[in-house]
Design a protein around this ligand. Structure first.
Ligand code: PEP
Length: 242
């Protein structure tokens, strides 16, 4: 199982350092679960320092596709790698909805990250409207195919997909375990890499979601900001037989 905390634009460097020290005390070395945190760019250094020597990895939330260039405000994969960051999220639905991320730009970012030796968690998921129109599988197929095309088979070991139905992110409206299972099984038929579920995962619904046969872990937003609730989710994952 893999449990990933996406902190979005929350936590300063000081808050990150104390959270990571407490998280390491709580979950470092827990058998049966790998843990990743994704702080904001400004807190990556503090997270890497605080988690050095532990089993908890630090990923970014995004990365530019080029290694360097005239891209004001952007950060590249080699810059992240030099900090000790070992991977990044790509194409989170907030990037797709608010920052014009497309399947094409996501594929370029993935290429840049893999080229710098980093791992990738690429996000996919349908909107409420697409689900209501019965287009969930069509959307997932388009998004997953674009990601798969950017990752040669020999690099697939560094790719994870996160299925995050847009209507379930930050809304409290979690997909039911059956809905998650069926989307994950569909994605696994398209691409044989681990698939995380994301969308209002909390300590009280984590078990039912993580117990589904095609759910390989969780990408946690809001509940990852609190060390107690994130720790509980990691402990729940550790107890689920693989
Ligand atoms: C996310 O940001 O990836 C996410 C799933 O958020 P939340 O858990 O708050 O729905």
């Amino acid at each position: 199982m893999l449990i990933v905390g996406n902190w979005k634009m929350f936590k300063t460097g000081l808050e990150t350092a104390s959270f990571c020290t407490e998280l390491a005390r709580r979950v470092d070395g827990l058998d049966g679960v790998d843990v990743v945190v994704c702080p904001a760019y400004t807190s990556l250094d503090e997270a890497v320092d605080a988690l050095g020597g532990t089993s908890i990895a630090v990923y970014a939330q995004n990365a530019h596709w080029d290694a360097e260039g005239a891209y004001t405000g952007e950060v590249s994969a080699p810059m992240l790698a030099e900090l000790g960051v070992t991977g990044s999220l790509v194409a989170h639905s907030e990037r797709r909805q608010l920052f014009a991320e497309t399947d094409e730009s996501a594929a370029r970012r993935i290429d840049g990250l893999l080229g710098a030796g980093l791992s990738v968690i690429a996000c996919v998921g349908e909107t409420e409207r697409e689900r209501d129109e019965g287009r969930t599988e069509e959307v997932l197929e388009r998004q997953v195919s674009a990601i798969a095309a950017a990752v040669p088979p020999e690099e697939r070991g560094r790719l994870v997909i996160a299925y995050e139905p847009v209507w379930a992110i930050g809304t409290g409206a979690t997909a039911s375990p059956d809905q998650a299972q069926s989307a994950h099984a569909f994605i696994h038929r398209l691409l044989q890499v681990p698939v995380l579920y994301g969308g209002s995962v909390k300590p009280d619904n984590a078990r039912a979601l993580l117990e589904q046969g095609d759910v390989d872990g969780a990408l946690v937003g809001g509940a990852s900001l609190d060390v107690e609730s994130f720790g509980l989710i990691c402990e729940t994952a550790a107890r689920i037989p693989s």
